[in-house]
Structures are given as structure tokens and as C-alpha cells.
Design a protein around this ligand. Structure first.
Ligand code: PAF
Length: 283
């Protein structure tokens, strides 16, 4: 099984994409930070259905990590990632260095308003600025027709959609369903930090969110339902709950009963912060 071609410079990426375009081929991009798992592979499968060529970026983006966060210990396993990309027939892996993405003197930041307010931003105030800046760079480097992002990072997906809309980037953003293990735990590169007992607790997160979404649909008040969910997470073994919030699906404004909604949560298990979200169906 042959793996994807590998390029690490923007010039080589652009040359390859220029060749594809000359042959009339459409391009789908899947931006990642590596440490690939089944969730990423599902995004690549969707990308391959949408376009004739698929480029996957692997770049652990330092600007989206706060100094206190896990940049240094974030898993880096390029050889394994490339083997996994071969199984889904990705065409090209783009693996720029930090120096290539942020050369000395780099001084631009993209700040997206709207859906970036609250939730993750309350706890990671510079996170979306880092994400929006690197995603904008990747989009301008690769100029894809499509880009696929997981719903697992639901707020990030909304921020990227807003970015493309506001900057007139002609890229269709595709949100892909979260891939879960048999007990409902969302696939995440950070699950690698969890021991067996913590994994058992982590699996309660999705269960509690689904129960809470059902309570919201059955008429329980938003604040009562999310308050109860926070207590249930602590009782299940999470040490800290950053948030459990019901928001509107598209704008991420506070959820109203007549609108399609999303219930989003972030909570800490030991030194690992987990996020998840579920749909709140319209009743
Ligand atoms: O979701 C991620 O892995 C990252 O935030 C992204 C979109 C690749 C930007 O670094």
C-alpha cells in the first residue's frame, strides 16, 4: 500500500495543486495536527468523496496553545500518521515546519467574532485566534475547493465557517459527524493521555450530554438541565466542569426552544481536558 506524497514547503504544495488544477481536478483539504485516529480518517473519506484529490495538513500549531497547555507533550507520530493516510488513500500530506508557517517577524493574527464568543474562549482566550490564523494560512496556501472539519470541535467548525464567509473564501466547509467508540466516547488525540479508569469515566460525558439533551427536549428549563449535567459530571468522576451550555446550532447564540440546538461541554479528567457536544433535536 503506497502512502501519500509528502511536501513540507508551501512552494511544493502550490506546485502540486497547480498540476491538479491544470488537469481539472478538484481539491479537498483536511487540516489536522496529526496523531491521527479513526475520526480523522472519517474526515478524509468524506474529502475523497467530494473531490478528486485530497490533501491532509499535519501541523501542531503553536499559536493555538496557551503557555500552560500541552504543546510540548502533544503526540507527534508522523510515520504512523503516514501509514494511516495510506489506508484511506490521501493523495498528499503537507507537513510544514513551525519556521515555515511562522517565520521570524510574523505579525498577523486573525480574530473571528460571532461564534467564537464564550464556551472555549472563556477558558482558552487566544485559542480561536490561533486556529483562525493557521486555518486561513492553510486555505491560502492550498486553495482547496472543500475543507472537512469534525463536529467534535463544534465551536471551531462554526468559527471556520464564519471565517470563510467573512473573508469571501470560496471554500465549502463540510462538518463531519463525530466518530465514537462503542461506548460513546468521542475519538480525540488527547484520549491517549487517559488511563483505563479515566477512559471509563470519560465515556460518561457523552451519556450525560445525551440525557441532558433529552431533558431539554422534554421541557426542562435550560439552566436547570445544564446545572444538573454539571453535577452529574462531577459525580461521575470529572474534577472540574468548564461549561455545559445549550446553544443555537448555527450562530451559537443561547439556545431557544424553537431553534435547532447543540449542547456543548468541556470538563477535566485529571490533567486532560475533554470536550464533546450533541444535537438538541427540535421538539
Ligand atoms: O482541529 C484541529 O486539529 C486544529 O485545531 C486545526 C483545525 C488543524 C488547526 O490547527
Amino acid at each position: 500500500m503506497s502512502g501519500p506524497d509528502l511536501v513540507d514547503s508551501v512552494a511544493a504544495l502550490r506546485a502540486r495543486i497547480r498540476d491538479w488544477r491544470r488537469d481539472g481536478l478538484r481539491v479537498a483539504m483536511v487540516p489536522t495536527m496529526g496523531a491521527l485516529h479513526e475520526g480523522h480518517l472519517s474526515l478524509i473519506r468524506i474529502a475523497r468523496e467530494k473531490a478528486e484529490r485530497c490533501v491532509v495538513s499535519i501541523f501542531v500549531n503553536p499559536t493555538q496553545f496557551a503557555p500552560s497547555e500541552d504543546l510540548d507533550k502533544y503526540p507527534r507520530q508522523l510515520a504512523r500518521d503516514l501509514d494511516m493516510l495510506a489506508t484511506v488513500k490521501a493523495d498528499l500530506a503537507f507537513t510544514p515546519t513551525v519556521g515555515a508557517m511562522y517565520p521570524a517577524g510574523f505579525a498577523t493574527k486573525i480574530s473571528v467574532g460571532g461564534p467564537s464568543a464564550g464556551l472555549e474562549s472563556d477558558f482558552r482566550p487566544t485559542f480561536f485566534e490561533g486556529v483562525a490564523t493557521v486555518v486561513a494560512k492553510l486555505f491560502l496556501q492550498a486553495t482547496p475547493d472543500y475543507a472537512v472539519f469534525g463536529e467534535k470541535d463544534y465551536q471551531q467548525l462554526c468559527v471556520v465557517r464564519q471565517l470563510c464567509h467573512d473573508l469571501d473564501l470560496p471554500i465549502e466547509i463540510i462538518g463531519a459527524p463525530t466518530i465514537r467508540d462503542a461506548q460513546g466516547l468521542a475519538m480525540s488525540s488527547r484520549n491517549a493521555y487517559l488511563g483505563e479508569a479515566e477512559l471509563q469515566t470519560a465515556r460518561q460525558l457523552n451519556l450525560i450530554l445525551r440525557r441532558t439533551a433529552a431533558a431539554l427536549v422534554s421541557g426542562v428549563h435550560r439552566d436547570d438541565a445544564t446545572g444538573e449535567a454539571s453535577r452529574a459530571l462531577i459525580a461521575a468522576g470529572f474534577q472540574t466542569v468548564d461549561y455545559v451550555e445549550a446553544r443555537e446550532s448555527l450562530t451559537l447564540a443561547p439556545w431557544r426552544r424553537d431553534r435547532a440546538g447543540r449542547l456543548l461541554a468541556a470538563a477535566w479528567l485529571g490533567k486532560t481536558r475533554l470536550i464533546d457536544n450533541v444535537e438538541i433535536p427540535t421538539s
